[in-house]
Design a protein around this ligand. Structure first.
Ligand code: ADP
Length: 647
């Protein structure tokens, strides 16, 4: 060909937009145009005479025993002018996806092969030629690198995340369908986009990082250009290296984190709620790991242990509470050993070595397991049951008291009916005797009448006691206080018992001077009489009853000491309760309603005085009554101690 014609042809080729490469029959480069130089980065001079394979990655150098060029030439008919997508290799090692068309003219030495290329920005787009036979023909030998390429493509295309590659510019050179979907546009629109145009400083920072050889993570909201839809995404950037080890670009994996964000938000909310529940629970809650160290503890439990919640974490119970902690740890330890829960274990502040006033707790320990059954530690629930226990005890106490009251009432009814009936039989017998004698006109024995009257007096006394007791209960026992000679009152009462004392001896030790009190003489006599009658009743016939009246600092003290059966120590306090009768005073041997001392105490106390007993079973008893003397009262003024109670 003439030199001029060649130059003309060269000029035409240089004007072409797409790269064109001409080779001889041995596939050595004869000519490249300017577009080729631009695409592959080599100068024309550097390429002339070199094998055309220099422009392709080594894995594409041969197919089924023939060169890439020959392979494509052999399939020319089949392709009927359609290009084949292959990778071209740039001078700097970067692989570019190109559409390649191969043609040939002439034969043998004269053969000229022409390759035309068109750069594609999409790498991951096709599995077609020249690799289709790898996938389809089972008889075709499978070459590892081909399978590898195809697998890469499959992996990238099927990845659940969006993936894109960018070069150093940074131009987005390739992406998968997922990414295009995430961005809300097509691959074709995305490939070739300069990432700078996204105008996102954070993304650019990551792009720069990855181009600098560093990995980088980005998290943010992506707003689709077309639809405006906002998608929260997480993008992980990593550098891509060329064969010579330099960074040729970067790859990014884009994850739609809408679901993750929602799940995280829900989880956070759930956790916050759980945390509130945990913190605010009125029950102590804690979690110990398998070494029985606290992992978590709520305020309530921390308070019970008497230490701040933070002080617990990482420590065992013995470390926190000393020796009692070792005892408290036995429960959780057993749970770890057996894997069985322990519920409703009772403990007190004392057991736990906890400070403050005594409180009671009910604790449960249980194994905390993962869903697959692995034991993570021990859960601790501790409830303060002090109030509940107190209420239970109170209830039990009240129930006991109620039962006792019922028993006392029942006893009283049977005793009272017996007591009231007792005088009636002799009374009616005596009255019958009197009647008979009167009818017969016989002489009347005054002792029969006296005895009948005695029974009546006894009956009247019992009924009066009953009436007084009910008046006291209703707060209606009236007192009529006046200045009263108490010494005379005692003497008079003793004298009134002359007929009743049998063989008993009254030994009365009088006071050195007169004693006056401000009181209701009738009621005070009732008190003294009751004490003297009891002394007679509860001591053997013939015994000496010592009665002593003295004054001690404006207080008159009367004591009545008998040599009788005495009173069991544990019952002495109850003697003055309504209906109470000591267990050694059986109703069979000693009649009585258990009201005398009850009434006496009320009368004495309402006079501002006190009544008490000293006694030993079998050794006799001494009853004391202390009353303020008249001198103790300020002249002209009503007595404060009496006034409160007078009606
Ligand atoms: P009662 O009518 O039963 O004597 P009281 O109220 O006078 O009622 O006395 C209550 C109880 O106190 C008696 O049942 C008895 O058990 C005991 N008691 C009272 N006085 C004496 C005493 N002097 N010696 C022994 N026990 C006494």
């Amino acid at each position: 060909m003439a030199g001029g014609a060649i130059r003309e042809l060269e000029a035409v080729l240089d004007a072409a937009v797409d790269p064109v490469i001409a080779c001889d029959s041995g596939e050595h480069i004869l000519h490249v145009n300017t577009a080729t130089e631009r695409l592959v980065g080599w100068d024309r001079e550097q390429l002339l005479g070199k094998p055309v394979t220099k422009l392709f990655p080594s894995r594409l150098h041969s197919f089924q025993g023939v060169s890439l060029v020959r392979y494509l030439l052999s399939r020319r008919k089949l392709l009927s002018g359609r290009p084949t997508r292959v990778f071209a290799r740039r001078k700097d090692g970067v692989e570019l996806l190109v559409e390649l068309t191969v043609g040939a003219a002439g034969v043998n030495e004269e053969e000229r092969i022409v390759l035309t290329m068109r750069r594609l920005h999409e790498v991951i787009d096709t599995l077609d030629e020249p690799l289709e036979h790898v996938a389809n023909g089972p008889e075709a030998p499978v070459r590892p690198e081909e399978t590898g390429d195809r697998l890469y493509q499959l992996v990238v295309e099927n990845a659940p995340q969006g993936i894109f590659h960018f070069d150093r510019v940074p131009i987005l050179t390739a992406c998968n369908e997922q990414f295009a979907q995430l961005m809300g546009t097509s691959k074709r629109n995305l490939v070739g986009v300069n990432l700078l145009t996204l105008r996102d400083e954070n993304i650019m920072a990551c792009v720069r990082e990855s181009l600098g050889g560093q990995r980088c993570d980005y998290e943010g909201d992506y707003r689709a250009l077309s639809t405006g839809k906002v998608t929260p995404v997480r993008v992980r950037f990593a550098p891509c290296y060329a064969e010579d080890g330099s960074v040729e670009g970067g790859v990014a994996i884009v994850e739609d984190i809408t679901d993750r964000r929602r799940v995280e938000a829900e989880r956070e909310e759930n956790m916050a709620q759980l945390d509130l529940l945990f913190r605010g629970a009125p029950v102590g809650i804690g979690f110990l790991d398998t070494e029985l160290r606290y992992v978590r503890i709520n305020e309530t439990l921390a308070r019970i242990n008497g230490l701040p919640a933070e002080a617990h974490v990482g420590h065992t119970l013995p470390e926190l509470l000393g020796a009692p902690g070792a005892v408290a740890e036995l429960g959780p330890r057993q749970v770890l050993r057996t894997g069985e829960p322990m519920v409703s274990q009772e403990a007190t502040t004392e057991d736990l070595g906890a400070p403050g006033p005594m409180r009671s707790f009910s604790g449960s320990f249980y194994p905390v397991r993962t869903p697959d059954g692995r034991v993570l530690g021990v859960g601790v629930l501790l409830e303060d049951v002090t109030e509940r226990k107190r209420a239970e005890e109170e209830r039990a106490h009240l129930y006991g008291e109620a039962q006792e009251a019922v028993r006392v009432r029942d006893d009283f009814l049977s005793i009272a009916s017996h007591e009231l009936k007792t005088p009636l039989t002799p009374l009616s017998l005596r009255l019958a005797t009197l009647e008979r004698r009167l009818e017969r006109g016989e002489h009347l024995d005054p002792s029969v009448l006296r005895h009948a009257r005695h029974q009546l007096t006894r009956l009247t006394g019992l009924i009066n006691d009953l009436l007084d007791a009910s008046r006291i209960e209703a707060g209606r026992l009236a007192l009529h206080p006046e200045d009263t000679r108490f010494d005379q009152l005692v003497e008079h009462t003793l004298a009134s018992l002359e007929g009743q004392r049998g063989n008993h001896v009254f030994d009365f030790e009088r006071p050195p001077r007169t004693i006056s009190v401000h009181g209701d003489a009738y009621r005070l006599e009732q008190v003294v009489l009751n004490l003297l009658e009891n002394a007679l009743k509860y001591s053997p016939d013939g015994g000496t009853i010592r009665v002593r009246l003295s004054v001690d600092e404006d207080v008159a003290v009367l004591s009545v000491k008998d040599p009788g059966i005495g009173i069991p120590e544990d019952q002495q306090r109850q003697l003055f309760d309504r209906y109470f009768r000591a267990r050694n005073a059986s109703s069979r041997s000693y009649g009585g309603l258990g009201l005398g001392l009850y009434i006496s105490r009320d009368i004495v106390e309402r006079h501002g005085g006190r009544i008490w007993v000293e006694s030993e079973p079998g050794q006799g008893s001494t009853f004391y009554v202390a009353l303020p003397t008249l001198a103790a009262a300020r002249p002209g003024l009503p007595l404060a101690w009496a006034d409160r109670h007078l009606h």
